[in-house]
Design a binder for this molecule. Structure first.
Ligand code: GLA
Length: 388
């Protein structure tokens, strides 16, 4: 068991203390993820390449007689209650519990009855870090509310995505929820976001994956994400003028794009160039991983970062500094920002013997420059959601 795994006893104790009950809840978990490559490609129906983390969100649930969903989160130390008869009519409140209520509402919409229950939540996934604390919360809630009832794993992932886009109001792609459901110990998940199929790809053994948290999250996150989605749609519309059969940027091979890019207005053109080249980088990265080619994997990491920095324009000063510093450290194959952008984490491919010099060099340089101590997460691919 990893050092991070919560002994189910801890959440059970908290549940009983908080709700002052002797009931024994059932505990579920759903992991966060770190995306290795393929950023902002999911809503353009391209490929992504995340791993599920052993950092997870835990949900303890037991039936109750009060007619409500009573939800307590240790992380925000807040409780929220909602009459089960009011789930479907609930409105978002721009609070943490929107994720939980959004999922309950989606379950009701597909015909699942939600009975009164007490729910206690503990998450290990740092919020705002780009490691998908939201999807971990959505998916752990979904499996907990489902209890023993059957639902196809893909439907659970889609339901979580609908809760986030339709209720919470963040127009996300499918990557995070998919990774949280389909995570696999020892492997990355190459997801085809058009067919919604995946394959597992093993990561070479002689490399360690570190996520480094800049501890900075710039607030423009959701609105900038929305802008990027719209700019990609604008690029598709411009391309359709020439190639009417194109439905998404996934349908545009690099060679075609190179030929017609001048007809796409400048900003959508830059966004499209990122998405189209990034989709190809996912395939190249998977091939390099299969061939144990760490240098090529590192090269693709850096190319992906530069593409996000200059074409997609979603990095930040802190993140660029972490990447630029990391790639100068001997034994670092590559570094790039991971997740939605504007702060959060970088992900780094590190030779095992260089792990401590890497941490040292990055901590010293980042503290000196920004007076912030970065956090390091040693990322090992873990299993997807389920009962604990
Ligand atoms: C967020 C979204 C994902 C994906 C990434 C960027 O994490 O939730 O769907 O678009 O940003 O790759």
């Amino acid at each position: 068991m990893s050092a991070l795994a919560i002994v189910p006893g801890e959440i059970i104790n908290l549940f009983q203390e908080h709700f002052r009950t002797g009931a024994t809840p059932v505990v579920y978990r759903a992991p966060g993820r770190v995306n290795l490559i393929g950023e902002h490609t999911d809503y353009n129906l391209g490929y992504v390449f995340p791993i599920a983390l052993d950092m997870a969100c835990y949900v303890a649930i037991a039936p109750a007689q009060h007619g409500k969903l009573r939800i307590y989160s240790r992380d925000v130390n807040d409780e929220f209650a909602l009459d089960v008869r009011e789930i479907q009519a609930a409105m978002p409140q721009k609070k943490w519990h929107d994720y939980v209520v959004g999922v309950a509402r989606e379950l009701v919409s597909v015909g699942m009855t939600i009975e009164a229950a007490d729910i206690c939540i503990i998450s290990q996934v740092p919020a705002g870090s780009g490691l998908s604390s939201s999807a971990a919360l959505e998916i752990s809630t979904a499996v907990a509310l489902l209890g023993g009832r059957n639902m196809k794993p893909l439907d659970i992932a889609l339901l979580g995505q609908r809760a986030e886009s339709g209720f919470v109001g963040m127009p996300c792609g499918i990557m995070d929820q998919y990774a949280s459901v389909f995570g696999h110990a020892g492997a990355a998940i190459q997801i085809d976001c058009r067919s919604l199929e995946h394959e597992y790809v093993e990561i070479p053994e002689d490399v360690r994956i570190f996520a480094v948290n800049s501890m900075v999250k710039h607030e423009l996150g959701t609105s900038a994400y929305r802008d990027r989605v719209a700019e990609c749609q604008a690029a598709v519309a411009a391309i359709q003028e020439i190639e009417p059969e194109v439905r998404s940027l996934r349908d545009v091979p690099l060679a075609l794009f190179a030929r017609i890019q001048e007809s796409v207005p400048l900003t959508p053109r830059k966004r499209a160039r990122h998405v189209i080249s990034e989709t190809q980088r996912v395939l190249d990265f998977a091939a390099a991983a299969r061939a144990n080619d760490l240098r090529e994997m590192g090269r693709l990491f850096i190319a992906s970062h530069r593409s996000m920095q200059y074409d997609y324009e979603i990095t930040s000063e802190e993140i660029d500094f972490l990447v630029d510093t990391a790639i100068k450290v001997p034994g670092i194959y590559g570094a790039r920002m991971t997740g939605g952008g504007f702060g959060g984490c970088t992900v780094n491919l590190v030779a095992p013997e260089s792990a401590s010099s890497f941490r040292q060099a990055l901590t010293t340089a980042y503290e000196e420059r920004f007076h912030i101590t970065p956090a390091f997460y040693d990322c090992k691919p873990a299993e997807g959601a389920g009962p604990v």
